[in-house]
Design a protein around this ligand. Structure first.
Ligand code: FES
Length: 85
């Protein structure tokens, strides 16, 4: 039986375009969400990264190999609930 907890991975683009167009706020929303979910926080690998040349489709956030583009702040919590629980 697999008793290992699933490790979730979040990557948020902190390049200047994504950051100024929403990821500054999205970053805070993710941090707040995770702080309230200790089981998720315990295994979460959450990091920022620099521009990946996808600015035209930003703000960009990747969760467990699924990339979300043009992420608006009002969408973040719903995405987290769907992907992390
Ligand atoms: S700043 Fe995010 S893809 Fe360029």
């Amino acid at each position: 039986m697999d008793t290992q907890k699933k490790q979730n991975v979040i990557r948020i683009c902190l390049g200047s375009s994504c950051y100024t167009r929403g990821n500054a706020e999205n970053l805070k929303i993710i941090q707040q969400y995770v702080e309230g979910k200790k089981e998720i926080a315990a295994t979460l690998d959450f990091r920022g990264h620099l521009c990946t040349e996808n600015c035209s489709r930003g703000p960009v956030i990747t969760i467990n190999d699924e990339t979300f583009e043009e992420v608006q702040t009002f969408q973040v919590e719903k995405i987290l609930m769907e992907k992390l629980g």
